[in-house]
Ligand binder design. Structure first.
Ligand code: ADP
Ligand code: MG
Length: 257
């Protein structure tokens, strides 16, 4: 018997004002897998992650996490089932320190105040510093999160996700706005988490290149265009058309967004 998938999406459709942001999407993820979802801006990557985490409800179709449908569960219930998510735009608590942000990840987003003002156990303190070490922000522990550079905020939010320790991590465009060096470090960070977690990483271009060596799903107009290794998808005519075709229309698209 084949191992069951950790996550499946079948026939999922989601419209906004009649526009199908997700259109009959089918997606299957193995337990322990690191998967990259790429697609141009507007392909539906963030919407797909919103649907998995219960932030948005599908019009049609089913999403199951470990054989349990998530489509009728609340965001909090889905979080409790073991799905964690990093948003495309870092949503750290700017007025709190880096240390406190990781503490919040550790304790969950409920009870923010008890997390900040409650007692931190030695085990929690140790865990927080482990996470800070992983995301390379140990020397910034007492810095206000709002004062971090953009790339560091992205790492901090990944750190909050690590502290939360979800079985499935959804990481939406972690390299957006990063320098090449920061991107490479983010790739290393994701690789260090792979194996311990099942991970979906989205990106709008193949910024990590070969670094992640993961299976790639290309999303286009809310559907899976193709899936395979980086080599396979880079040589796929449809992918070339979507990316190069888009480049030609770059200005028009820029005006759109
Ligand atoms: P991606 O993350 O791949 O760039 P998104 O999932 O953000 O794509 O968006 C897919 C499409 O759905 C876009 O055309 C976007 O404008 C639209 N969309 C996403 N969220 C909403 C919303 N809440 N209301 C209306 N349109 C939306
Ligand atoms: Mg997005």
């Amino acid at each position: 018997m084949n191992k069951p998938f950790i996550l499946t999406a079948e026939g999922v459709t989601k419209s906004f004002d009649g526009f199908k942001a997700i259109n009959d999407l089918n997606f299957y993820l193995d337990e322990g897998e690191l998967r990259t979802i790429i697609g141009p801006n507007g392909a539906g990557k963030s919407t797909f992650l919103d649907l998995i985490t219960g932030r948005t409800r599908p019009d049609e179709g089913q999403i199951e996490f470990k054989d349990t449908p998530v489509t009728k569960k609340s965001e909090y219930q889905i979080y409790r089932m073991g799905i964690g998510r990093k948003f495309q735009t870092p949503s750290v608590y700017s007025d709190h320190t880096v240390y406190e942000n990781i503490l919040l990840g550790l304790k969950g987003s409920r009870g923010v105040w008890s997390a900040i003002f409650g007692k931190v156990t030695p085990a929690q303190n140790e865990r927080i510093f482990q996470v800070l070490e992983t995301i390379n922000l140990k020397d910034k522990a007492q810095v206000r999160a709002g004062a971090l550079a953009h790339g560091q905020k992205q790492w901090l939010e990944i750190g909050m996700l690590i502290a939360q320790d979800p079985e499935l991590m959804l990481v939406d465009e972690p390299a957006a706005g990063m320098t090449d060096e920061e991107t490479a470090r983010t790739g290393e960070l994701l690789l260090s988490l792979a194996g311990k977690h099942t991970i979906i990483v989205s990106e709008h271009e193949m910024v990590f290149g070969r670094q992640l060596a993961s299976k790639v799903t290309v999303l286009h107009q809310g559907s899976v265009l193709c899936e395979g290794s980086l080599d396979e998808i880079q040589n796929d005519e449809r992918v070339i058309e979507v990316y190069l075709g888009r480049k030609k229309k770059h200005e028009a698209i820029h005006a759109e967004h």
